[in-house]
Design a binder for this molecule. Sequence first.
Ligand code: AP5
Ligand code: MG
Length: 207
Amino acid sequence: MNLIFLGPPGAGKGTMAFRAKEHYNIPHISTGDLFRAAIKNQTELGKKVKSIIDAGDLVPDELTTAIVEERLKQGDADKGFILDGFPRTIPQAEALKKITNIETVINFTVTEEEVVRRLSGRRVCKGCGESFHVEFIPPAKEGVCDKCGGELYTRDDDKIEAIKNRLSVYASSTEPLINFYKVEGNLKDIDASQHPDKVFEDLKATL
Ligand code: AP5
Ligand code: MG
């Protein structure tokens, strides 16, 4: 089950990937998470990408593709994987074609207005990476992860200026992938504006 989760920032790709990875027992590979881990660990890669990510711009294609290629070589991806946030440009999609086959591309659809509401209220667990929302998906105890008890924080790129930039970068660089995968014939739309339980039901039905 080789999957791509496509969609604008805040569509709920990460939220659904958390559920799907457990349900299907396949790894969740988020380029955003890989970059944030590198920043946290202050690696060479992390130093290179921090200012790009904080501003909501895209990390260069070669760097991003190399990381994904490396990650897919780890044995756990042999029986399938969820690529979340990759590819994000046509050159990345072309490069991915040379690395592996993709079975299904899920395109999570949601309005810009909803994206802004979701991202400005998002809280992420420092421990396990699970996403919450102060209003829509609140944790049982404020500031504490339901799953692992970790501390919840606000991402540096969930500030309004960076959110707006990510939306415009999405429109110019990533949205063209919808047509790219339509032509490939493996694109499935899912209405991501619904309750998360319903989005997950639709996802399972589609897969
Ligand atoms: P990345 O981490 O991928 O960020 P993104 O695409 O902006 O997506 P998000 O993680 O913000 O949104 P999501 O769809 O995962 O939503 P979530 O589930 O959290 O990338 C970050 C940066 O890294 C990029 O800007 C770029 O700089 C760099 N980068 C990454 N990949 C790259 C690539 N391939 N090439 C170049 N650069 C790259 O949900 C959002 C919120 O909504 C949460 O609060 C959640 O609780 C809530 N929510 C989720 N579902 C629902 C629902 N159904 N109803 C109500 N609320 C919901
Ligand atoms: Mg995400």
